[in-house]
Design a binder for this molecule. Structure first.
Ligand code: NAD
Length: 363
């Protein structure tokens, strides 16, 4: 089986789906690797670090040889058209973002696996791209907040007097939020977090954060949160508005699967914050948790700096790619033996991630 890596085409994407480490492991499983020259460079993997891989200049020529194409962002439809019938595409295929993509997979008789559809089960953990990438995003979001803040994060005792630590609030304590809490703690801030899933209290506290109890509990299906009712939302907002007057930095990470990001920080709340406060909205990609967020921009409103950074995981491209590539390797290893790919449709990890196969739509 030929596994192919070509340069990512999406703007701003610096992550890659194959690392030197996973290239070696895939070769050991009998795969042949074909890599477009320079494909690994955005993540700082040089061509010569992919030992044993065949390097080619022409991306289209590489695509034509692919039994398996690994990617981070979905390949453009004109690239999918270069693949031969029966080829497998593995990546973050984001079928909701472009419904035409599944049509393109069906039309080309391609098999598409969208890794963001993996169930959050113990067995799937080693392939969980959402978790591995969310961790980097949470880390970078806090560093951006620290960079923008006109205040120190840690407490300082100096000859010029004492500086009290910044109070940092992390909204949403999933994978990104918990990494944000850990990072803000390491920088010495006083950290609080809240979430609508009650089990997060213990997780926040175990990282040295304080759980902010807003009296709302909304656990949904599959370990995720559900959307709040109008009354729950009003209660959360009433308590939060009062509390935000004491907060210096907010990092928001709240999400509900398949829904736009919940709007949690209102314009009125921003107006009530102390001058020099900072909000970093990690949910900017899906519309933002703050009403004022402008995705991709950083600006000031009412003396508060609001940042809506995009592609945060991509900013840590080397480690994000190493982890993403391991996730992809672990997914392929389910089906790869002695250089042959055999898909087991009774395996829920295969069945649930599949978007299209043999000219049929699966999702
Ligand atoms: P996510 O990105 O979907 O959401 C981020 C957080 O926002 C979640 O913690 C959610 O509860 C919270 N949230 C939603 N609405 C909110 C609101 N109105 N106010 C405050 N917070 C709100 O979540 P995620 O980080 O992908 O994690 C989702 C779940 O999956 C978690 O329970 C996590 O522990 C679990 N998980 C399990 C595995 C596994 O066992 N394989 C791996 C990773 C994550």
């Amino acid at each position: 089986v030929s596994i192919v890596l070509v340069r990512e085409s999406a703007a701003g994407e610096r992550r890659v789906a194959l690392s030197p480490e996973t290239a070696k492991k895939l070769t050991a499983l009998g795969a042949r690797l074909v890599i477009q020259r320079g494909a690994g460079l955005p993540a700082h993997f040089r061509d010569d670090s992919y030992a044993g891989a065949e390097l080619v200049d022409d991306g289209d020529a590489a695509l034509a040889q692919a039994d398996v194409l690994v990617c981070v962002q979905p390949p453009a439809n004109h690239r999918l058209a270069k693949l031969k019938q029966g080829a497998v595409v593995v990546g973050l295929l984001a079928p909701h973002a472009d419904p035409g993509r599944v049509d393109a997979l069906v039309a080309g008789k391609l098999t598409g696996f969208s890794l963001e559809r993996l169930p959050r089960t113990t067995r799937a953990q080693a392939m969980d791209v959402l978790s591995s990438q969310a961790g980097m995003a949470g880390y970078k979001a806090v560093l951006i907040a620290a960079q923008l803040a006109p205040r120190y994060f840690p407490m300082l005792t100096t000859a010029a007097g004492t500086i009290r630590p910044s109070k940092v609030l992390i909204v949403g304590a999933g994978v990104a939020g918990l990494q944000a809490i850990a990072t803000a703690r390491r920088l010495g801030a006083q950290v609080e977090g809240f979430d609508v899933r009650p089990e997060t209290r213990e997780q926040i506290e175990s990282l040295g954060g304080k759980f902010l109890d807003l009296g709302v509990s909304a656990a949904g299906e599959g370990g995720y949160a559900r959307e709040l009712t109008a009354e729950e939302r009003a209660e959360q907002q009433r308590r939060l508005a009062e509390h935000l007057k004491t907060v210096d930095v907010i990092v928001t990470t709240a999400a509900v699967p398949g829904r736009p990001a919940p709007k949690i920080i209102t314009a009125a709340m921003v107006a009530g914050m102390r001058p020099g406060s900072v909000i970093v909205d990690l949910a900017a990609e899906t519309g933002g948790n703050c009403e004022l967020t402008r995705p991709g921009e950083t600006f000031e409103a009412e003396g508060v700096t609001i940042a809506g950074p995009l592609s945060l995981a991509s900013q840590g491209s080397l480690h994000a790619s190493e982890m993403y590539a391991r996730n992809v390797y672990n997914f392929l290893a389910l089906s790869l033996k002695d250089g042959t790919l055999t898909l087991d449709w009774n395996d829920e990890l295969i069945a649930k991630t599949c978007l299209a196969h043999a000219g049929e739509r699966k999702a």
